[in-house]
Write a protein that binds this ligand. Structure first.
Ligand code: ZN
Length: 289
């Protein structure tokens, strides 16, 4: 419906949900608004908010639920990597009681609920609290989201630091772990988990004859992290196999991990990586260039 590449905020027109203030600003007065509702061209979601019939369902749900789309649900609209979530993440004004979805808002003073979808930075602030604040401490997921924002938008590390300026130091320090070169959430998670075990991992290393590989452990162990989106096309399938062959011929080991490997069976994958490392297979340079 709209091109989100590099956008960091979404116009109400792009998602088909409007406040009365937006409509009045565009010259739609109250009597015309009533006619649009009577004719079925606009649907009243709650007091002061309206939607077109073809409006984005997640945005409609958030506004019906008493707030605006935020946190993981908003970030997903910007094509930022987010972990799987079934809930609609909604930022509400503090006095409203949740009726559906998950209530999310960042640390410190929050902007007014003026647009139906929060900006990337406001949504990131919400995700920081939702994922890494309180009892939940899914810190690696927040770092993966930050990587994806740095890689996919014009926003900088300084922008992200500003968005969590009021967060506890433990959460602000997570941004030191970010790497905006990561090409997929699975790559971010693999890097973060291996480094947390003090395993030396280099990212986006260029290997002659092979090209840029996602991760290189030691001098020899290549880890390619396949995202669901980028490794299914026939041309990628062919190219991935050519790269694997060239890497093996040059003396490297190639380990390919899928989205499901990283999200749902990491222990198994890690056990195999650790076996290779214990055998010093990642260190051997006699065959590698
Ligand atoms: Zn949330």
């Amino acid at each position: 419906m709209f091109d989100m590449s590099e956008s960091t905020s979404i116009e109400p027109r792009a998602c088909g949900v409007y406040s009365t203030a937006h409509l009045l600003g565009w010259g739609v007065d109250h009597s015309r608004l009533r006619r649009l509702v009577d004719d079925g061209q606009l649907i009243r979601l709650r007091q002061g908010w309206y939607a077109e019939t073809a409006a984005d369902p997640a945005v409609v749900a958030a506004v019906r639920g008493g707030g605006v789309l935020s946190c993981l649900s908003a970030l997903r609209m910007y094509k930022i990597w987010v972990p799987p979530t079934d809930a609609v993440h909604i930022r509400r004004s503090t006095h409203r009681r949740p009726r559906l979805g998950v209530s999310c808002h960042g640390f410190g003073a929050q902007p007014r609920l003026s647009d139906p979808v929060d900006s990337v930075l406001v949504a990131f602030g919400g995700a920081a609290r939702c994922l890494a604040g309180g009892a939940r401490r899914d810190c690696e997921l927040l770092v993966a989201i930050a990587d994806s924002i740095l890689n996919g938008t014009v926003l900088t590390s300084a922008d992200l630091r500003g968005a969590v300026a009021a967060a506890p130091p433990r959460i602000r320090r997570l941004l030191d772990l970010c790497d905006g070169t990561a090409q997929a959430g699975t790559e971010s998670l693999t890097r973060i988990r291996l480094r947390s075990l003090n395993i030396v991992v280099r990212t986006q290393v260029v290997i002659p004859g092979v090209g840029r590989v996602d991760l290189l452990v030691g001098e020899r162990l290549i880890i390619e992290c396949d995202s669901r989106a980028h490794h299914t096309a026939a041309t990628n399938y062919q190219e991935d196999r050519r790269r694997d062959r060239a890497a093996l011929a040059a003396g490297y080991l190639v380990l390919r991990v899928t989205y499901a490997d990283v999200m749902y069976r990491w222990e198994e994958v890690l056990a195999d990586i650790l076996k290779l490392i214990r055998r010093h297979d990642h260190r051997s340079t006699k065959h590698a260039r």
